[in-house]
Design a binder for this molecule. Structure first.
Ligand SMILES: Nc1ncnc2c1ncn2[C@@H]1O[C@H](COP(=O)(O)OP(=O)(O)OP(=O)(O)O)[C@@H](O)[C@H]1O
Ligand SMILES: [Mg+2]
Length: 333
């Protein structure tokens, strides 16, 4: 039996055991609380139409896209209703600072980076919320990973989240699943909160106890939580599997983006690949070699929808980010 089959069997056995317990799952309990919290801000189901010229989602490689049927973006901060939520944990993201740090800010929707991520998000959104025949199972749950450290996972996760949160009618839950570095929370300066690890450890907690709302109305963040020596095991546990399955089903109108650790440096992405609908695999231009990519793909092959982003490219004739750069420059010159 291969290690993948063993892992699958383990998850299946644990699933049966869990279902026998006949108890409310994390998000079932959370759902009631969250429903009450979200009465004011809940959004209708997104209505994303398949574009007449479909984007390159079919070959699972991001590329420029001319979709004009896309949901309209709005600058939330310019909206009179952009208020902090009344209940739950809340973090004020310093938008000027993250913008200085090289991330997309809703204050400045017309930047080259924002344009690139508009291109990148389209096929992912179509996989998640497109026409029924093009939608994929659990497509709204997306893991961002890469082979090795430092290739741009957090950069991609946060920018993708910012870009999707700019869509009307779409909410984003950004999960910091890098329990060793919790770099996402560091960037957003919300590292002191409890989070995913605590949720998995303590069954008296529910999602709404640890979910952090932000000054971007469509963006909530689930911090990684306190460091724990068994964090890897927790992320590979049945409780995690239940949690992932539940949030995918309970929040079908929400894009759930997971900033995961690197595939070759930790086992979590391999386990999470079983649970997510889509993966964005960040490939660092001129650095990540073919052999490394192949090795990584073997480990996350349980997910059928793996998309690639070529990051940090300076070559204007490549794919992914570099292609978007070219279009933007030509259009805006
Ligand atoms: N496209 C880009 N343009 C400019 N800088 C980038 C780009 N992508 C990533 N970086 C920078 O490269 C560094 C590493 O990126 P990031 O932290 O996102 O990598 P990571 O894969 O999340 O790393 P880790 O494995 O340590 O979590 C950061 O300083 C980030 O700002
Ligand atoms: Mg990171």
């Amino acid at each position: 039996m291969t290690s993948d089959e063993e892992r699958l069997n383990l998850v299946q056995r644990l699933a049966e055991k869990q279902s026998q317990k006949n108890e409310l799952s994390l998000s079932e309990r959370a759902a009631e609380k969250l429903a009450a919290m979200q009465k004011e801000t809940s959004s209708p189901k997104p209505n994303i139409q398949t574009p007449s010229t479909p984007a390159a989602a079919t070959n699972n490689t991001t590329s420029a896209d001319t979709n004009t049927n896309a949901p309209k973006e709005k600058n939330h901060l310019s909206q009179p209703d952009a208020k902090p939520p009344a209940k739950g944990k809340f973090a004020e993201i310093d938008l000027a600072r993250i913008q200085r740090d090289g991330f997309i800010s809703p204050n400045l929707p017309q930047t080259r980076l924002a344009e690139e991520f508009r291109t990148i998000k389209r096929p992912l959104l179509l996989n998640a919320f497109g026409a029924e025949e093009s939608r994929i199972k659990n497509g709204n749950v997306l893991m961002v990973t890469s082979a090795r450290p430092g290739e741009g996972k957090t950069f991609t996760s946060l920018n993708l989240a910012m870009s999707i949160a700019a869509e009307r009618d779409l909410h984003v839950m950004l999960i910091d699943a890098d329990v060793y570095k919790h770099q996402l929370c560091t960037v957003l300066e919300i590292s002191s909160h409890h989070g995913l690890v605590d949720l998995l450890l303590d069954d008296t907690l529910d999602l709404t106890d640890v979910l952090v709302r932000t000054n971007i109305p469509n963006l909530t963040v689930l911090p990684s939580g306190d460091r724990h020596p068994s964090a890897t095991e927790l992320l590979a546990s049945q409780r995690m599997a239940d949690f992932m399955r539940d949030i995918a089903e309970r929040y079908p109108d929400r894009m759930i983006i997971i900033d995961a650790p690197p595939v070759l440096a930790s086992s979590e992405p391999g386990v999470l690949a079983l649970l997510v609908g889509q993966i964005v695999m960040v490939v660092e231009s001129d650095k990540t070699d073919r052999y490394t990519i192949d090795q990584s793909l073997d480990l996350i092959s349980n997910c059928q929808n793996i998309n690639f982003i070529l990051n940090k490219s300076t070559n204007s004739f490549g794919s992914g980010l570099s292609k978007a750069y070219t279009y933007y420059d030509e259009y805006h010159k």
